[in-house]
Design a protein around this ligand. Structure first.
Ligand code: PEP
Length: 254
């Protein structure tokens, strides 16, 4: 019922030239297609146009995503990017609420909610991140912490097509640290997220929303996460920076 998704978050890595090279290498690795797996790459903003051109020229089987957006339509917001600027260059997904933006740039759930609404109004699929810090996990409060984020981040959203809203559960202590959550840890929280979505939007909508796991996901561990009922794919940081490792994760999901 839900197509699996493997999404790569390049973060602040790859110049324009390097980004075009990586996208081109990935297109070669995936030239035989990705079956029913939806693949998304999210380069830095300045690389988006170059990667869009690679996708177009090579008929690459992956979609383009941004890493951030601002919710206003246009105007005096120096340094920000509006939703229609993303659609205009071919981006169809956008990561919001990543823990690095929540942490370093003090983004709040209210702002993440506004970004989701702005993206959806422009037909861009949000990949909305949530996840607990280590101290919350150690206190055993991770489920309630994440459920609270989900309630705030989805407040007032109208989800007509559940395939057009994606959640990524990324425990902060597992991001870029080499420490992965176990597949059971991921299932516990992803299951609670789906239950919360069912309470808010109804079971049918909840059953159609993809929930990804993120946090040191690699070619050698991704299959274990994907076996779990409520884990529909992965949001991948470090391992998305090499075409062969990211392609291996896509193939593991096929
Ligand atoms: C991420 O930042 O979204 C992420 C999951 O990073 P990594 O795979 O490097 O832990």
């Amino acid at each position: 019922m839900r197509n699996r998704m493997i999404a790569g978050n390049w973060k602040m890595n790859k110049t324009y030239t390097e980004g075009v090279e990586l996208a081109s290498g990935l297109a070669d690795e995936l030239k035989d297609g990705t079956g029913s797996v939806d693949v998304v790459v999210c380069p830095p903003a300045v690389d988006l146009k170059g990667v869009a051109e690679v996708i177009d020229q090579k008929k690459a089987p992956f979609a383009l995503g941004a890493q951030n957006v601002y919710w206003e339509e246009h105007g005096a917001f120096t340094g920000e990017t509006a939703p229609d600027m993303l659609t205009n260059i071919g981006a169809t997904y956008c990561i919001i609420g990543h823990s690095e933006r929540r942490g370093y740039f003090h983004e709040t759930d209210e702002e993440i909610n506004k970004k989701a609404k702005a993206l959806m109004a422009h037909g861009i699929v949000p990949i909305s991140c949530c996840g607990e810090p280590l101290e919350v996990r150690e206190a055993g409060k991770h489920v309630e912490f994440v459920v609270d984020q989900i309630k705030k981040d989805t407040e007032g959203l109208e989800i007509a097509d559940p395939s057009k809203y994606v959640i990524a559960y990324e425990p902060i202590w597992a991001i870029g640290t080499g420490k992965t959550a176990t597949a059971d840890d991921a299932q516990e929280v992803c299951g609670a997220i789906r239950k919360t979505l069912a309470e808010i939007f109804g079971q049918k909508t909840a059953d159609g929303i993809r929930i990804l796991y993120g946090g040191s996901a690699k070619p050698n561990n991704v299959a274990g996460f994907l076996e779990k009922d409520d884990v529909d794919g992965a949001l991948v940081g470090g391992a998305s920076l090499k075409a062969d490792s990211f392609a291996a994760m896509v193939k593991a999901a096929m």
